[in-house]
Design a protein around this ligand. Structure first.
Ligand code: PLP
Length: 288
């Protein structure tokens, strides 16, 4: 049985409820984190808590529980899980309030933790590589809704995801308002050219991904040259390799972008990084 935590109280997931007047439900007024646990330990918990705190601050949401209490609730859900590896969804809503968007009318927010076995792509795609399209839906500009805020409003990403589905692709690359590559719909993007690992800066419209950070950490440890700079679709089309990173996605190799097959289908750089990531999961280094 999957267990959910609502404001620190555990209950069976299929009977967990929140109010229909919660502004998280009514207006997407809230923030969230997606976390993974491996062998009952949560990966990069403190980085996720820092990002949750930043997202909440940016939206002027007061976290209704202390950081320690939220961390304890997350660990409780992990220890109640029937699986030793899994995915957690931590949601903090603005809370219940009258209809009308004014956040001042809301009572205390709700803290909800859901546990799941999330697989973003099939094993086949993970092995063969994902096929991407370039979405016509653009990422909102930083002065419209900053991409670093992990809010409950994912309509921009969902619009791009619908385009990928319609095209029969596995994921969509989303560009920013200037036409530079931002990220995928729920993952960050990396490209490899001449042995150098490239990824757009998060200020180009990406979420500051925790897995992105892990990849950069691994590249540093393996002395792989990294360039964090703006990328165009040309950089993707002409890349030797490309891959996606995310807590839900983990690391997914890409084989094709908008009909162009990538140059190095054997993905040596991806294999090196993904292999290191896999090995490190068995140790302590990534869990601080
Ligand atoms: C829009 C978006 N970009 C990137 C990511 C990857 O971030 P992380 O590695 O922290 O999961 C996510 C993950 O949920 C996401 O929703």
């Amino acid at each position: 049985m999957q267990i959910t935590s609502i404001n620190g109280q555990l209950c069976a997931q299929d009977s967990a409820t929140i109010s229909v007047t919660d502004h998280g439900f009514l207006y997407g007024d809230g923030v969230f984190e997606g976390l993974r646990f491996y062998k009952n330990r949560i990966l990069k918990l403190s980085a996720h808590m820092d990002r949750l705190d930043d997202s909440a601050r940016a939206l002027a949401i007061d976290l209704p529980m202390s950081r320690e209490a939220i961390e304890e609730a997350l660990n409780q859900v992990v220890s109640e899980s029937p699986h030793e590896d899994g995915y957690l969804r931590l949601i903090v809503t603005r809370g219940e309030g009258p209809l009308g968007i004014d956040p001042r009318q809301c009572r205390t927010g709700n803290v909800i933790i859901i546990s799941d076995q999330l697989a973003m792509v099939s094993d086949e795609v993970r092995k063969q590589g994902a096929r991407l399209i370039i979405a016509s839906t653009r990422r909102l500009a930083g002065d419209q809704l900053d991409s670093r805020i992990k809010s409950l409003n994912y309509l921009n990403q969902i619009m791009a995801r619908i385009e990928a589905n319609t095209a029969g692709a596995d994921e969509a690359v989303v560009l920013n308002q200037q036409g530079f590559v931002a990220e995928g719909t729920a993952d960050n993007i990396f490209a490899v050219k001449n042995g150098c690992l490239m990824t757009p800066p998060v200020t180009d419209g990406a979420l500051d991904g925790i897995t992105r950070g892990i990849v950069l950490e691994i590249a540093d440890k393996l002395s792989i040259p990294v360039k964090e700079h703006s990328l165009t679709v040309y950089d993707l089309f002409t890349a030797e390799e490309c891959f996606l990173s995310g807590t839900g996605a983990e690391l997914i190799p890409v084989r094709e972008i908008a009909g162009r097959a990538l140059n190095r289908p054997d993905d040596p750089m991806f294999k090196k990084i993904a292999g290191y990531f896999e090995e490190e999961l068995g140790k302590d280094t990534l869990f601080h």
